[in-house]
Write a protein that binds this ligand. Structure first.
Ligand code: TRP
Length: 446
């Protein structure tokens, strides 16, 4: 099995150059490795903890998605989704909350920092602390455990949250696993190689210090204007500069080959003027970001495309989370009662003796039309794709019921059987269910 790498990006801000070099670029690079299955998601439920401005949350989700896509993330390869499009995550969060010791959350850094500040300000300890902030590590554990991630690349400030996720997973496994490991214990991955860029004032580049260089927003003009504000020392043109300790050089290095960096360094040591150095830095950054910025602008101008990509991502994610949450529900005792779930035009008629399969048509959350094929014992054999019109769903059901329909309509792809009618995908189901589906279709209407 490939290594599952998962990380989340809280959607409260606009990505800056530091985010790009420190997180986006290395994550995209990691996702291209053949032995990695990457799960990258927008932590928009987390964003609600810090931000109560709906417009800002919405805008940030869009900008962050556009940034990752423009920077080269391949949504075919990576499972790229929004947390809030996967309802199994908050459900799991609740299950985990019920096994998490409150004392463990009392020790979380973010919460403790809030308490410390309150104490320093002489106000009540929990002043302004919401339950969202307090139990945030549980939601993060749910993000990770939902997909049984092996590795979670994060910044240092998140190490404690990973320890907590492991704790919670262990406790859950112990309580409900019955000797079987329900959750993989995730490992934190803190990459020291990755560039931490200094900001305009030399402190770590961060939105909270207001010292960032914008990535795509505002175009190359805004980027350039920020670069011109990078603080340098007062050595004039011709005077040798201390390249090693200059922020300018550190940023340059993050965008250059070792040869280019060495050359830049030498030029500074030989007296290159700061103003000139800033021009060179702009050119360097621009050569990497220029083409991405154009793609970014295209994505921002067409949010519909982003939406489609994210919907497809959520669907991909839910192919894992839906069956897994069923298993977890089972484990904790929230299992479905088969008897109640069984056909509701039932047994009582005597005719079917509960054996006949049936098709149930319904309208899904998005208002589209779908059907399920339910076996005689009440288990779901397949769920159709979504149709805009109830009629088209009906036509598909009819076609499936034709004797021998499956022979002409199915395509097998890996372990999946896909049924297509006139070139349109109607439904798909795992290959191991093939004979059951066949039998069920044959028994329909008998
Ligand atoms: N808390 C993380 C941060 O602030 C973001 C995040 C949310 C996350 N859920 C996650 C990171 C799951 C890794 C895995 O950076």
């Amino acid at each position: 099995m490939n290594t599952r790498v998962l990380t989340g990006i809280t959607t409260t801000g606009t990505p800056h150059l530091g985010n790009y070099a420190g997180a986006i670029r290395p994550s995209i690079q990691a996702s291209t490795r053949p032995d990695v299955d990457a799960f990258y998601f927008m932590a928009d439920y987390h964003a609600l903890i810090k931000c109560d401005e709906p417009e800002r949350i919405a805008r940030s989700r869009l900008e962050i998605a556009a940034t990752w896509l423009a920077a080269g993330l391949d949504p075919e390869r990576v499972t790229f989704y929004r947390q809030s499009d996967v309802p199994e995550i908050p459900e799991l969060c609740w299950m985990l909350s019920c096994v998490t010791a409150k004392g463990l959350m009392n020790r979380a850094h973010a919460y403790k920092a809030a308490v410390d500040q309150n104490v320093a300000r002489n106000v009540e300890e929990d002043d302004g602390v919401t339950m969202g902030l307090f139990s945030y590590p549980v939601l993060m554990a749910a993000d990770i455990l939902m997909f049984n991630a092996h590795k979670v690349p994060v910044g240092r400030d998140q190490i404690q949250h990973l320890e907590m996720a492991r704790d919670i997973a262990q406790r859950f496994n112990h309580l409900y696993g019955r000797g079987e490991e329900l959750f993989v214990l995730p490992e934190v991955q803190v990459d020291d190689e990755v560039a931490t860029l200094p900001g305009l004032d030399g402190r770590k580049m961060s939105k909270s210090y207001d010292n960032t260089i914008p990535l795509f927003e505002g175009g190359s003009k805004a980027m350039r204007a920020a670069v011109m504000r990078i603080v340098t020392d007062s050595r004039g043109p011709g005077e040798p500069k201390d390249a090693e300790n200059s922020h300018l050089y550190m940023i340059y290095r993050a965008f250059a080959t070792p040869e280019q960096a060495a050359q830049f360094r030498r030029a500074l040591e030989e007296g290159l003027a700061w103003g000139e150095a800033k021009n060179l830095l702009c050119e360097r950054i621009e050569s990497e970001l220029g083409p991405m910025r154009e793609r970014y602008a295209e994505f921002i101008a067409r949010p519909q495309i982003i939406e489609e990509i994210l919907q497809a991502g959520a669907e991909k994610a839910r192919r894992i989370s839906k069956p897994f949450i069923e298993r977890l529900r089972d484990a904790v005792g929230l299992r479905r009662s088969v008897a109640l779930d069984a056909p509701d035009t039932p047994q009582a008629t005597g005719k079917s003796k509960g054996k006949a399969a049936r098709v149930v048509s319904f309208r899904d959350e998005d208002g589209k039309f779908r059907f399920r094929l339910i076996a005689g014992d009440g288990t779901e054999l397949l769920l159709s794709e979504a149709f805009d019109e109830p009629r088209s769903a009906g036509v598909a059901v009819k076609a499936l019921q034709q004797p021998g329909a499956l022979e002409s309509l199915v395509h097998t792809l890996d372990d999946e059987i896909r049924v297509e009618i006139d070139g349109r995908l109607v439904c798909r189901y795992p290959a191991h269910l093939a004979s059951e589906v066949e039998q069920a279709l044959a028994s329909l209407g008998n």
